[in-house]
Design a protein around this ligand. Structure first.
Ligand code: CAA
Length: 261
């Protein structure tokens, strides 16, 4: 795998682990890191050996403490819009990566960091994780789709409270709101993410990818189109070897041996 300045990438037994790493700035997302993430996502999308991706932050204090404030401080309105559109495009690429993506949130996930976690499919948080969209305390709105993904995840009213106050919440509150799927002790964060990745990998790969596509595409459609889309992906499953194997194994009362096709 290519070497990056602000990302550590390790691929092992089907699981690709991305560690966002700018420890001196609590892994804040600057242009270079976002550009590297964009490049890495293109590579991962083409890499059939990587079945599930896990994203975490380096150190034990931060997942990502937001977009880099020192870089943003002097932006013009036009450059601000360009920066927002770039971040949105990279996070859309992440959200629509063919493989499932798990965020293992190990500390502060603020602003762009919370937005990054929300672009992942599933979020697991360490007890030490902290979430929030503190942009209004800096005189800006969220710029990497936080105003859109947060209400879709936790509902309009709760999202507006977090967006209007900039309040930072702990992992248990994030769990209560439905912002994270699970909370673990810090020592078990990565092993919990890996165990979930392994469980997903034990299922029929094409069906898992089609579930992801159906949820992502369908939620942006009207209900009639989204249901029609589901019928298409459901039908497509019957062209796979894993559908034949999965159903035959059930009938023969044995464990399915999926081949990922
Ligand atoms: N950008 C740039 N540098 C950052 C940063 C950020 N988002 N967050 C932290 N850092 C830097 C600090 O400036 C500090 O650097 P120095 O050591 O050189 O002074 C270093 O990381 C350590 O941070 P602190 O000393 O502040 O650590 P702390 O434990 O006292 O506080 C914190 C931790 C509460 C996370 C605090 O750093 C903080 O509030 N960070 C900013 C969080 C934030 O507002 N994020 C949203 C950014 S805007 C955004 O993301 C817009 C968008 O939607 C795209």
């Amino acid at each position: 795998m290519k070497q990056y300045t602000s990302l550590l990438v390790e691929c092992n037994a089907g699981i690709g682990v991305i560690t966002l790493s700018r420890p001196k700035a609590l892994n804040a997302l600057n242009y270079e890191m976002l550009k590297e993430l964009d490049d890495l996502l293109d590579r991962l999308a083409q890499d059939e050996t990587v079945k599930v991706v896990v994203i975490t932050g380096s150190g034990n204090k931060a997942f990502v403490a937001g977009a880099d404030i020192t870089e943003m401080q002097k932006l013009s309105a036009l450059d601000g819009r360009k920066w927002g559109k770039f971040g949105q495009a990279v996070f859309n690429k992440l959200e629509n990566l063919p493989q499932p993506v798990i965020a293992a949130v190990n500390g502060f996930a603020l602003g762009g960091g919370c937005e990054l976690a929300m672009a992942c499919d599933i979020r697991i948080a360490s007890e030490t994780a902290r979430f929030g969209q503190p942009e209004v305390t800096l005189g800006i709105t969220p710029g990497f789709a936080g105003t859109q993904r947060l209400p879709r995840l936790i509902g309009k009213g709760r999202a507006k409270e977090l967006l209007f106050t900039g309040d930072i919440i702990d992992a248990q509150e994030a769990y209560r709101l439905g912002l994270v799927n699970k909370v673990t002790i810090p020592e078990e964060l990565i092993s919990t993410a890996r165990a979930l990745a392994e469980k997903i990998m034990s299922r029929a790969e094409v069906a898992v990818k089609l579930c992801k596509a159906a949820v992502n595409e369908g939620l942006d459609m009207d209900s009639e189109s989204s249901i029609a889309y589901e019928a298409e992906v459901f039908g497509l499953c019957f062209a796979t070897l894993d559908q034949k194997e999965g159903m035959t194994a059930f009938i023969e009362k044995r464990k399915a041996a999926f081949v990922g096709r």
